[in-house]
Design a binder for this molecule. Structure first.
Ligand code: FAD
Ligand code: NAD
Length: 156
């Protein structure tokens, strides 16, 4: 299968956008990720998939914990910054929740302790055991076909 065709097809599966955050030696690191899903209710588990070349890959292995910050529709800049797509970095306001750095004003936050990991090709799937959840009333940022988008409600 052609690489471009595969990416275009995968990009047509519309997702929300998260920033994964963790802390190692008192340094906060963030990475944009849309490969996130809820896995299990009992116990509460979530999964993220991180490329082997991402710095975040080793940080999660070392820290053994991470937070998933689900972005709101006004956080496209944050998504671009943590994907390395902005020329100039801007100041990000982090706060601390359950011992992890989190992005203020995110739509929702899930904090996790590393439960298990599975190598899958050039990515590793990290399963997190949920230690805390925060939720606010906002609309999500969406990512579809390589573009950021907003929700639109359809008429019946
Ligand atoms: P770096 O490239 O070093 O860091 C990422 C960026 O975040 C840098 O610009 C850095 O300056 C900034 N940053 C980090 N920490 C801080 C801080 N404390 N304060 C301010 N700025 C900071 N990759 C995956 O592996 N899995 C995915 O599911 C995934 N989904 C993606 C979804 C979207 C919509 C996009 C756009 C990209 C996605 N990527 C994904 C790609 C991934 O976001 C990039 O490859 C990213 O640059 C890898 O980050 P890194 O850990 O190597 O760190
Ligand atoms: P794109 O056309 O490369 O990506 C379209 C879709 O393909 C993505 O939404 C994702 O589902 C899939 N994809 C892309 N790169 C992947 C990778 N390395 N591993 C697994 N799946 C991947 O470009 P875009 O949508 O404009 O994304 C911007 C940048 O972010 C690109 O550099 C892309 O590689 C990266 N990205 C990486 C992942 C990931 O690692 N899981 C996911 C999304 C985007």
């Amino acid at each position: 299968v052609d690489d471009r065709l595969f990416r275009n097809a995968m990009g047509s599966f519309t997702t929300g956008v998260t920033v994964i955050t963790t802390e190692i030696a008192e340094e906060v690191h963030g990475m944009t990720a849309n490969a996130f899903m809820s896995i299990s209710l009992n116990p509460r588990l979530v999964a993220i998939s991180v490329g082997e070349n991402a710095r975040m890959f080793q940080y999660i292995k070392d820290a053994k914990k991470f937070a998933v910050n689900i972005l709101s529709s006004d956080q496209q800049k944050e998504s671009m910054q943590f994907a390395g797509q902005l020329k100039e970095e801007h100041e990000i306001a982090f706060s601390t929740y359950k011992g992890l750095p989190i992005i203020e004003d995110a739509l929702a936050v899930v904090t996790c302790e590393l439960h298990s990991e599975y190598v899958a090709g050039d990515h590793t799937i990290f399963i997190g055991h949920v230690t805390g959840v925060k939720l606010s009333q906002k609309d999500p940022l969406l990512f579809s076909q390589g573009k950021y988008r907003e929700l639109k409600e359809l008429q019946e």
